[in-house]
Design a protein around this ligand. Structure first.
Ligand code: FES
Ligand SMILES: [Fe+2]
Length: 370
């Protein structure tokens, strides 16, 4: 049987075997190439779990909003007049026009098609030339939202158990960074030619840092200093330690210990949020598949120092663009090679370097083997 023809039940059985087998291996290649399996992942994992749409610091004031999309659902994240964050369907209840584009600030949303208007909390405000009866039951649907560490998380299915309790150990690791006090400085959305899980795995392993990023990260966070941190039911994490002679970084929270200042903490909050947190900057990538070999990412940066000069912000964004382009080039090559007859489930490097991949794959296998 060709791998590409494996069906869902067979693949679920393989995941059961993966969980029982104590060998530390990567997933079999067809989990990254099989289209029906991607549909299964979306329905049984991504739609049922908490996914990140952005950061609360992107919308600090009432009326601030941004539009985005999650698994083909157009959304608006908005801070309403009470200061609460709401995530609304970005589909007009009249005849399905998208209400908002990009980001901005407003008092209410006005549809660009026939000018129906909505309050910031999604309630219909007015439907021109129509009476109340005609436009009843036309409030915008609201999604289940949880705010965690300054991230806005949405559960499309609306019945997932709370996110934060699955991340207790990670909350402890992050406590002194005070991620909920950061200032948004940058966000962008793009699509890479890779399976979404390859990008999670790539972001979460330090094994490639010195090889793939010699000029951007090789001296900052070399592979040999990577150190696996704790894991839990909802996350995995590692620390990319800085060399001893590393220059000290920018303004940071006084709670941070010497040890916390001496490295960047990288975590994956399962299933699809990855993040690097250092003393003065947080960079996150929120992922969603658009196809089996394409991943859409919304990536953003928040900083501790609200007076960080614009040129420094630009330098940091440029550095991350470079890092991302180095990873993207490698992942495109991996994706092509995953279709080879000789692609296989390969051995993972020791815990400090690829133990995080093992954690992610075990989570994935457990969730999808039933
Ligand atoms: S589609 Fe929005 S007002 Fe008509
Ligand atoms: Fe990388």
């Amino acid at each position: 049987m060709r791998n590409l023809e494996a069906n869902i039940q067979e693949m679920q059985t393989q995941l059961v075997a993966y969980c029982e087998n104590k060998k530390r291996l990567s997933l079999p290649p067809h989990f990254y190439t099989n289209k029906p399996w991607l549909t299964h992942e979306k329905e049984h994992l991504l739609e049922t779990q908490w996914l990140c749409v952005g950061r609360v610091d992107e919308i600090p004031n009432p009326g601030d909003f941004f539009a985005t999309e999650l698994l083909s659902q157009p959304l608006i994240a908005v801070r309403d007049n009470t200061g609460e964050i709401a995530v609304l369907s970005n589909v007009c209840r009249h005849r399905n026009m998208q209400l908002a584009e990009g980001s901005g600030s407003c008092k209410h949303f006005i549809c660009p098609y026939h000018a129906w208007s909505y309050h910031l909390d999604g309630r219909l405000l007015a439907a021109p030339l129509m009476n109340e009866q005609q436009s009843s039951d036309c409030d915008l649907p609201r999604y289940a939202v949880e705010i965690w560490q300054g991230f806005i998380l949405v559960n499309l299915a609306g019945n997932c158990e709370p996110f934060s309790p699955q991340l207790q150990k990670l909350n402890t690791l992050l406590a002194n960074f005070h991620c909920d006090q950061l200032q948004h400085v940058f966000v962008e959305e793009e699509t890479w030619p890779a399976n979404w899980k390859c990008l999670i795995e790539n972001f979460m392993e330090g094994y490639h840092l010195s090889r793939v990023h010699p000029d951007t990260l090789g001296n900052r966070t070399p592979t040999r200093l990577c150190e696996k941190l704790g894991d839990g039911p909802g996350f995995t994490a590692y620390k990319a330690n800085y060399p001893q002679n590393a220059p000290s970084r920018g303004i940071h929270h006084p709670d941070l210990s010497e040890d916390e200042l001496a490295g960047s903490l990288l975590f994956c909050a399962f299933p699809a949020l990855v993040c690097s947190v250092s003393s003065d900057v947080l960079v996150y990538l929120s992922l969603q598949p658009t196809d089996v070999d394409h991943v859409r990412l919304r990536w953003g940066m928040s900083v501790y120092d609200d007076k960080m000069p614009q040129d420094e912000i630009e330098q940091r964004v440029a550095l991350w663009r470079q890092i991302n382009s180095e990873d993207r080039a490698k992942l495109a090559k991996v994706q092509d090679a995953l279709y080879s007859h000789h692609a296989h489930s390969g051995p993972l490097a020791p815990d400090d370097f690829e133990g995080t991949i093992y954690d992610f794959v075990r989570y994935f296998a457990k969730k999808l083997s039933i």
